[in-house]
Design a protein around this ligand. Structure first.
Ligand SMILES: [Zn+2]
Ligand SMILES: [Zn+2]
Length: 264
């Protein structure tokens, strides 16, 4: 059984600062293995207050796609929770090097708590966390070192495409892994501002190229929220003939069920 619980579905400074959407990241379950990806501000509170609660002491790993606050704000709190305040050395933390060194967001004292701290490189792995194999994507074009994740467990392949600027070859790198499920961060709808984030149009191009069975959009900025992501996802579903879901705060997606349904 595999699932993703969205402890947040918001992204970008304004949405996160005002908590228009929560920013707790993704709690992923692959059988017995539990991973927390991108624990932004509020992650610990969201995890514990969810019904039924997510138990950080059962986490096998905490993963950061990159060091920006909306992805890492609660990483130290989650590490303390995973390791019982450092008293039980357990679990893995995987993050790009610049999240661990220099001006680290994973504080040095907290890096001593997990069993393993892995400094990620682009296009590398597999890194084994519990029963899951994790590989990193090519480096994204973003202000901090940013890598997507390719998860594989029991024949199910799930890709997470985090923040970054569109470039030729981005979709191809994800297509190569032929994910059944693609989670993709879409901050912006359509605008002329030159920023290191995907617009909705870019995301559509990527989904069309990668062709997963199920795509889940998340990490919405204000312009995306104004457009009603659920409606947009429905359009994608109709146009591309695949299952498309817009994440919401607290949304739990049963990946086996969705993949099986989309194959029918
Ligand atoms: Zn972000
Ligand atoms: Zn970022």
């Amino acid at each position: 059984m595999a699932s993703i619980l969205f402890l947040g579905s918001g992204g970008a400074r304004f949405v996160v600062a005002r908590q228009l959407r929560a920013s707790g990241g993704m709690w992923m379950r692959f059988g017995e293995t539990q991973l927390h990806v991108d624990p932004g501000p509020g992650a610990l509170v969201r995890a514990l207050s969810h019904v039924p609660p997510c138990n950080p002491r059962e986490l096998d790993g905490i993963l950061l796609s990159h060091k920006h606050l909306d992805h890492s704000g609660d990483v130290n709190a989650m590490i303390e929770a995973m390791t019982a305040g450092g008293h039980r050395r357990r679990g893995a933390v995987l993050a790009p090097r610049d999240a661990l060194e220099g001006e680290p967001v994973v504080l040095p004292y907290a890096q001593a708590f997990p069993e393993r701290v892995v400094s990620l490189e682009p296009s590398s792995g597999p890194y084994r966390v519990g029963t899951v194999e994790v590989r990193t994507s090519v480096a994204h074009v973003h202000a901090a070192s940013t890598y997507g994740f390719h998860f594989a467990c029991n024949g199910l392949r799930v890709a997470y495409l985090p923040c970054g600027r569109y470039f030729d070859g981005l979709a191809a790198d994800y297509a190569k892994h032929a994910p059944h499920v693609l989670v993709i961060n879409v901050l912006r709808y359509r605008d002329t501002m030159d920023v290191d984030h995907l617009t909705w149009d870019h995301a559509q191009r990527i989904v069309a190229d990668v062709r997963p069975k199920v795509v889940i959009f998340q990490h919405f900025g204000t312009k995306m929220l104004e457009r009603d992501p659920a409606l947009l996802a429905q359009e994608t579903e109709d146009r591309l003939g695949l299952r498309a879901i817009a994440a919401d705060d607290g949304l739990a997606v049963d990946l086996d069920l969705e993949v099986a349904a989309s194959a029918g």
